[in-house]
Design a protein around this ligand. Structure first.
Ligand SMILES: NC(=O)C1=CN([C@@H]2O[C@H](COP(=O)(O)OP(=O)(O)OC[C@H]3O[C@@H](n4cnc5c(N)ncnc54)[C@H](OP(=O)(O)O)[C@@H]3O)[C@@H](O)[C@H]2O)C=CC1
Ligand SMILES: CC(C)(CO)C(=O)C(=O)O
Length: 295
């Protein structure tokens, strides 16, 4: 099987290393030529809680080669541009896997004509320069079919990863796993970005925990999952497993990069509007973090 991973950020580096196994070709598609050259020279280094060194091929932008599996690891706001040009990487039986946080990207990937799966990544990953990713929190990659994917296609993706690096769990339905992760990201990412704290602070300090719970209550009301104790335990468990991680939104905020506000908070606020459910806390977080890049 030949595999393309699009986007060489924290997640793309980790997943490219995860799918690189003997007899399996992995091409990591970067945006910048300098990064492609460095990766070709040094390979990918995985450090922290998982250690691996893998050599993969690199490619700058979309080329002419077609792949059996395409893993899209760009931010949710870049998914539309990949969908627009990505078809040239695919053949009729290509399987796509999208691993973005939030649920904002689902409307974009609905336009793809191929077989599409979605995944949620519960690892805490931190990009240390162009070729190294530090694993700061362990979890799973949960994957499920989104469209035209059979159970067997999902199994093929699950079996393709190097089990020493990546733990994959497969699910029959994408909605529950994406909703759970959406809630976790709505609770963790904006508050960590505002406070500058690592994820673990929100289970160690009572005041932070109360703030997170109040965001949780609003978010679950929008999804119609009030009184879902198991979901609150899930959010706490993600904080615990990734306690030492700076959330992807905190990292982006500190680096002045665009935030995934629309995919996470915006998605819930919009759904709340449709259902006539007030979301004052989600709106406040959105406004505090919006530096003018999002409407
Ligand atoms: N980091 C984490 O711990 C976790 C992240 N996630 C989610 O995973 C997704 C990816 O996150 P993360 O890896 O942290 O984000 P990063 O910003 O680190 O990586 C995204 C990468 O995509 C690249 N890119 C953008 N457009 C293109 C393009 N057209 N062609 C090729 N490459 C492109 C960017 O390049 P450049 O930098 O050159 O612009 C960047 O390297 C997000 O939705 C995030 O929320 C989920 C769980 C954990
Ligand atoms: C799992 C978690 C919360 C890890 O920090 C994440 O999804 C992120 O940072 O975006």
């Amino acid at each position: 099987m030949n595999i393309a991973v699009i986007g060489a950020g924290a997640v793309g580096l980790f997943l490219a290393a995860s799918f690189k196994r003997p007899g399996q070709d992995v091409v990591l598609v970067t945006k910048r030529a300098e990064q492609a050259a460095l990766l070709a020279d040094r390979g990918i280094g995985v450090t922290g809680k998982i250690k691996a060194e893998k050599n993969v091929q690199t490619q700058v932008g979309i080329g002419t080669k077609r792949f059996d599996l395409i893993v899209c690891a760009v931010k949710s706001y870049d998914v539309a541009s990949i969908v627009a040009i990505g078809q040239s990487l695919a053949h009729d039986e290509t399987r796509w896997l999208f691993v973005q946080n939030g649920m904002g990207h689902l409307k974009e990937i609905a336009d793809l004509t191929g077989k599409v799966a979605v995944g949620v990544l519960e690892y805490g990953l931190f990009k240390e320069g162009d070729t190294v990713v530090e694993v700061r929190g362990l979890g799973s990659l949960k994957i499920a079919p989104f469209k035209r994917m059979t159970e067997q296609d999902i199994t093929v993706i699950g079996d393709a990863a190097d089990g020493q690096v990546l733990h994959i769990q497969t699910f029959p339905d994408h909605n529950p796993i994406l909703e759970e992760k959406l809630i976790a990201n709505a609770c963790i990412n904006p508050l960590t970005a505002i406070t500058g704290e690592r994820n673990g602070a929100f289970i160690k300090q009572q005041g932070y925990m109360a703030a997170m719970k109040s965001v949780f209550d609003e978010a679950v009301a929008v999804l119609g999952r009030n009184n879902d104790e198991a979901l609150w335990h899930y959010v706490v468990a993600v904080c615990k497993k990734t306690a030492n991680n700076e959330s992807s939104m905190l990292v982006d905020y500190q680096q002045g990069r665009k935030l995934e506000l629309d995919a996470i908070l915006g998605y819930l606020i919009h759904l709340g509007e449709k259902k006539q459910i007030d979301t004052p806390r989600l709106l406040l977080l959105y406004q505090l973090l919006n530096r003018g890049e999002t409407k």
